[in-house]
Design a protein around this ligand. Structure first.
Ligand code: AHM
Ligand code: MG
Length: 280
């Protein structure tokens, strides 16, 4: 696992530089989800692929930016699912973006997730690893990630990050979100799941939701490289992660680009979600 975290650290330093000084224009290609790729999406994907190629324990990689899984080393133990540059449409307005990694053994399936790592490229570059516990690292002046602290969620938080087009929300979802705001929660939503979830993790708790909507009944966020890794991080930090009815880490994957509605948060907020959704 250390080898994988080292590869991610090296990739993060290179991606940070690419974000700061690279070409921020669009390419001519679409990814599997139909998004026009930024040149930076493609560059970040290549950087990660290059770093994992040097990492013998990685058997295969599955990227949001690639149509199919790619085998790197038949004898490797791990399959890494990743989103090289999540929230890349926020680059032009200079908001924080991130890279997300899920590390699976045997198969790319929630049952086999053994670790998750993400990197936030904001005013500072930070990395969070969830293996046995959840640890925050920060990039120092010599381009090394220095351990800062363990991350643990409180039972209840104060932030509410509510995603998805409101016009397409179910009535009961709207009621849930309205009730949470009525209880004094504050809106925090940048449109980048990495910084939005990072904020909830570091400020002690709250709720992030990306529900089913009329235009995206299965939500927007992808199981293998966005939903499962963050579900793993939240559970390891003492929080919960559900699709409205069940634990996200119990969902089955039929295709590598499958998506799901998702809710991540501290215990109390996720109980509220489950109670409201159980009525429908
Ligand atoms: P991306 O992988 O194409 O960048 O999309 C994922 C992002 C997440 O970071 C974020 O939570 C979500 O899309 C925001 O979507 P919306 O703009 O619909 O709120
Ligand atoms: Mg993404």
């Amino acid at each position: 696992m250390e080898e994988i975290v080292d590869a991610i650290s090296r990739a993060a330093v290179r991606i940070k530089r690419a974000i700061e000084f690279g070409d921020t224009s669009y390419s001519k290609s679409l990814n599997k989800t139909g998004d026009t790729q930024l040149k930076l999406d493609i560059a970040s994907d290549l950087i990660i692929e290059e770093e994992f190629k040097k990492t013998l324990c990685v058997k295969a990689i599955i990227s949001e930016e690639k149509e199919t899984a790619q085998t790197l080393n038949e004898d490797g133990k791990y399959i890494v699912g990743y989103d090289p540059l999540d929230g890349s449409s926020l680059i032009d307005v200079n908001l924080a973006v991130g890279s997300i990694f899920a590390i699976y053994e045997k198969e790319a399936d929630a049952k086999f997730i053994t670790a998750a790592v993400y990197v936030v490229y904001g005013p500072r570059t930070e990395m969070v690893t969830a293996i046995d516990d959840v640890k925050l690292y920060r990039l120092d002046e010599s381009s090394n990630f220095k351990e800062i602290k363990n991350i643990k969620l409180n039972k209840k938080g104060k932030l509410n990050a509510s995603g998805g087009t409101q016009k397409g929300w179910a009535d009961y979802h709207k009621k849930l979100i309205d009730d949470i705001f009525a209880d004094g929660y504050r809106l925090r939503y940048s449109g980048g799941m990495v910084p939005d979830l990072h904020q909830i993790l570091l400020k002690g708790g709250g709720l992030f939701s990306y529900p089913s909507t009329t235009d995206a009944p299965k939500g927007k966020l992808r199981l293998l490289f966005e939903v499962f890794p963050f579900a793993f991080v939240f559970e390891k930090a003492g929080g919960k992660a559900v699709d409205g009815k069940k634990r996200l880490l119990e969902l089955e994957v039929s295709h590598i680009h499958d998506t799901s509605p998702c809710f991540f948060g501290s215990g109390d907020e996720i109980e509220r979600v489950l109670n409201e959704y159980a009525k429908h």
